[in-house]
Design a protein around this ligand. Structure first.
Ligand code: CP
Ligand code: NVA
Length: 316
């Protein structure tokens, strides 16, 4: 694989072919773990997790993936190190790059994770920024492919805040694999123009498509997968538009009636979690047989492990 020594700051850092290879590797690593095989491909590697926002899945996935592959991991949370307070981002990056073989960053600006990668000199993995959540998209694709046995041609409808990090990464991921992505949101919560343009460009190569439809009833028709995420993302809780966004996003809740409106019985439901049940998704749909939310959560581990192995291991 060509990802050795490379950062993963965005899905833009991998080609559609490399994305396929990552998913294949994740399947291999999942099978190995289920079989009790732990080849320790990352022995003597040290990984740091710099997290400026909370995390359950992503943090645990990186930690367990490192443990499974024999690497050491340090969690450097907000309040643990000088980062951004007594020491600049630039100096922190240059110091940590001399200690660690790879850095994982979760925080706010995409620019921060880019600067870390430029100045640390080691691979950096984006564990969520305000703009993108690329590792989530890997688990999403893996889960869909396990369920449907293919990705190209699937109709994926994203409901709700389609301008957030998860929506952006899912849209680009769908474009990369030739799936049909529908963003269903009020106009003010449609994906950022620059992300739309990038995904549209990819669709020309892959045969995927991109549709913006503010009407939930028409958007969900024929959906293979319905996806949603929280209406208020981390870091935006105190924003001036919180009450308004909750009010305008209410008609976009994924509930039993909306699932029915797909007109097909095979539609699955996915969510990156954590979920705010009763808001973006009803408890009924969340707990239903069609819900693959915990399958997707588990696949965070296998896909993140694939990224680490592809970026740092000599062979796999
Ligand atoms: N989906 C996800 O990134 O979950 P965490 O915030 O718990 O890491
Ligand atoms: N959009 C959410 C995703 C959490 C995993 C957030 O940024 O808070």
């Amino acid at each position: 694989m060509t990802l050795v020594g490379k950062s993963f700051l965005s899905l833009r850092d991998v080609s559609p072919f490399e994305l396929r290879e990552l998913l294949q590797l994740a399947r291999q690593l999942k099978a190995e773990k289920k079989a009790g095989q732990f080849p320790h491909r990352l022995q003597n590697k040290n990984i740091a997790l710099l997290f400026e926002k909370m995390s359950t899945r992503t943090r645990s996935a990186f930690s367990v993936a490192c443990h499974d592959e024999g690497a050491r991991v340090d969690f450097l949370g907000i309040g643990d190190i000088h980062f951004g307070k007594k020491e600049s981002l630039e100096d922190t990056a240059r110091v940590l790059g001399r200690f660690y073989d790879g850095l994982v960053y979760r925080g706010f600006a995409q620019k921060t994770v880019e600067t870390l990668a430029q100045l640390s000199g080691v691979p950096v993995w984006n564990a969520l920024t305000d703009e993108e959540h690329p590792t989530q998209a890997l688990a999403f694709l893996m889960t869909l492919e396990e369920h449907f046995s293919h990705l190209a041609g699937l109709r994926v409808v994203y409901m709700g805040d389609a301008a957030n990090n998860v929506a952006h990464s899912l849209m680009v991921a769908c474009a990369m694999v030739g799936a049909h992505f529908v963003a269903c949101a009020p106009q003010a919560y449609m994906p950022a123009t620059e992300q739309l343009n990038y995904a549209r460009h990819l669709c020309q190569e892959t045969g995927g498509s991109l549709t913006l439809d503010p009407n939930p009833q028409t958007a969900v028709r024929g959906a293979d997968a319905l996806y949603t995420d929280v209406w208020v993302s981390m870091g935006f809780e105190n924003g001036p538009d919180v009450a308004e966004r909750v009010s305008v996003l209410k008609p976009y809740q994924v509930n039993a009636a909306l699932l029915q409106a797909t007109g097909v019985s095979h539609t699955v439901f996915l969510h990156c979690l954590p979920a705010n049940k009763g808001m973006e998704v009803s408890s009924e749909v969340f707990e239903s047989k069609q819900s693959l939310v915990f399958e997707e959560a588990e696949n965070r581990l296998h896909t993140i492990k694939a990224l680490l192995v592809a970026g740092l291991a000599k062979e796999f």
